[in-house]
Design a protein around this ligand. Structure first.
Ligand code: 5GP
Ligand code: ZN
Length: 136
């Protein structure tokens, strides 16, 4: 399997591990947004969040909940961002589902995404489109 994260799981590539059990692994991102940035993955290969079984995601989020405060504390931070990039257009570079835990420091100067404005009636139209997609 030509997947970097599967290779880390298999021990074929090194990683700075911070959590491991039979089904999950967490390790430092090689190119951190802030130092201490952690990736949490299921050992089983699934391409993206949207095709990962819910039972795996439930256990993954439980690990994130336990791990995130330790990441924040270890990084000397004050909070964290939890991120999932789903699909190429969203910036997903590694096609093995993973959650980013990004520790946030006071005055770390990482600005959130800029917000857009809805035109008159547009909000309702987007809500309808999403509701329709859910039904189909
Ligand atoms: P994505 O953009 O797919 O959500 O995030 C992939 C993340 O994996 C990136 O933040 C990138 O820095 C990290 N990454 C890519 N290759 C490696 C690697 O070989 N080792 C580790 N530890 N992280 C990696
Ligand atoms: Zn994989």
């Amino acid at each position: 399997m030509d997947c970097i994260f599967c290779k880390i799981v298999a021990g074929e590539l090194p990683a700075a591990k911070v959590y491991e059990d039979k089904r999950f692994l967490a390790f430092l991102d090689i190119n951190p947004i802030n130092k201490g940035h952690v990736l949490v993955i299921p050992k089983e290969h699934h391409e993206a969040l949207t095709n990962t079984p819910v039972d795996i995601l439930k256990d993954l989020i439980a690990i994130v909940k336990t791990l995130a405060p330790a990441v924040v504390s270890g990084a000397g931070g004050a909070g964290f961002n939890l991120g999932v990039n789903n699909g190429k257009v969203a910036g997903q570079l590694v096609d093995h589902v993973h959650f980013h835990i990004i520790p946030r420091l006071d005055n770390d100067n990482l600005h959130p995404w800029p917000g857009k404005q809805y035109a008159e009636g547009e909000k309702e139209s987007y809500a309808q489109r999403i509701l329709k997609s859910l039904e189909s």
